[in-house]
Write a protein that binds this ligand. Structure first.
Ligand SMILES: [Mg+2]
Ligand SMILES: [Zn+2]
Length: 248
C-alpha cells in the first residue's frame, strides 16, 4: 500500500470494513499445527517438507499425510492447547472491531476443533473459517474447510475464495488481510485492499512486488487501523452483517 493511499475511513466504501486475520502465528503467538508436528511428528514433518518443497504434494495433501490418523486424543490436545498464547494485541483488535461493528473473521488453514477449544480456553469468541477435525478412537480425522482447485494455494481453506465471496455479498467492502505465512496467506493477501504481513508472507509479497505493511503484533495493526479511520466509524449500511454472522 503506498503512503498516498486513502485511509480506511475515506475508503471503506458502502460495503464497510472487513478484517480477515490468520490464526496461527498471527492471532496466536505459535503455530498450533507446526508446533505439534515439530514436537510429536518430527520425522514425518521433515519428509513431507522435502516432498512439498519438491512440488510433490499440495498444502492440503501435506496436512492429510501429516495429521490424518494422528494419535493425539482430546485430553493430550487440551493440555497442549492450554500452552498456546494469543498475540499481545489479539483481544484489543477483536474488541476494537466489536465496538465499531467492523466485520472480523479468522481465516485459518488449521482446524475448527482447535479454534473452538482455544476460544474457550481464552474466554473469547470470534467468527472463523477453518478445516475440520474430529476424533475417531483418539485419532485425528481431518477434512478440508474450503478447497479451491482454481487457486494455486493448494490449502484446505482457500483464503482468497472467502474474501472474494465476501466481496460479492458486500459490494464495495474494504477488505484487510493480516497474516504471516506464504503458504496459506498469500492468495488472501493478493486480493485484499490492504495487507499487514510478517514472516514468510511478508517475504513472498516483497519478492512478488506486492505492497504490504509490516506488523510486529496486532496492537500495531489496531493502531494503524485507528489512524486510518481518524476516529470516524465506517459508513453505516443497513442490513450489513454483524461479525458474528460470518460463521460457516
Ligand atoms: Mg500463520
Ligand atoms: Zn487460495
Amino acid at each position: 500500500m503506498s503512503p498516498s493511499s486513502p485511509g480506511l475511513g475515506a475508503n471503506s466504501g458502502a460495503g464497510g470494513l472487513a478484517i480477515f486475520c490468520d490464526f496461527d502465528g498471527t492471532f496466536s503467538q505459535r503455530d498450533v499445527g507446526s508446533t505439534l508436528a515439530q514436537e510429536y511428528l518430527p520425522q514425518a514433518r521433515a519428509d513431507l517438507q522435502k516432498r512439498y518443497a519438491e512440488g510433490g504434494l499440495s498444502a492440503w495433501e501435506y496436512a492429510v499425510e501429516l495429521f490424518d490418523g494422528f494419535e493425539f486424543g482430546p485430553e493430550r490436545l487440551e493440555t497442549f492447547l492450554a500452552g498456546i498464547e494469543l498475540d499481545v494485541g489479539a483481544r484489543g483488535l477483536l474488541g476494537w472491531c466489536e465496538e465499531r461493528g467492523v466485520a472480523f473473521r479468522i481465516l485459518s488453514d488449521g482446524f475448527d476443533y482447535n479454534l473452538e477449544r482455544l476460544q474457550a480456553i481464552h474466554g473469547i469468541r470470534f467468527a472463523y473459517a477453518a478445516n475440520h477435525l474430529v476424533f475417531d478412537a483418539g485419532r485425528w480425522r481431518i477434512s478440508p474447510g474450503g478447497l479451491n482447485p482454481a487457486c494455486g494455494c493448494g490449502t484446505g481453506t482457500c483464503k482468497r475464495s472467502i474474501i472474494e465471496a465476501y466481496r460479492r455479498d458486500h459490494p464495495g467492502a474494504f477488505c484487510v488481510h493480516i497474516g504471516d505465512g506464504a503458504v496459506s496467506d498469500l492468495c488472501g493477501a493478493r486480493v485484499a485492499d490492504r495487507v499487514f504481513a510478517k514472516g514468510s508472507l511478508e517475504e513472498s509479497l516483497g519478492a512478488q512486488g506486492v505492497a504490504c505493511e509490516h506488523f510486529d503484533d496486532l496492537a500495531g495493526v489496531r493502531r494503524a487501523l485507528e489512524d486510518a479511520f481518524s476516529g470516524d466509524p465506517p459508513p453505516a449500511e443497513p442490513g450489513r452483517r454483524a461479525s458474528g454472522d460470518f460463521r460457516s
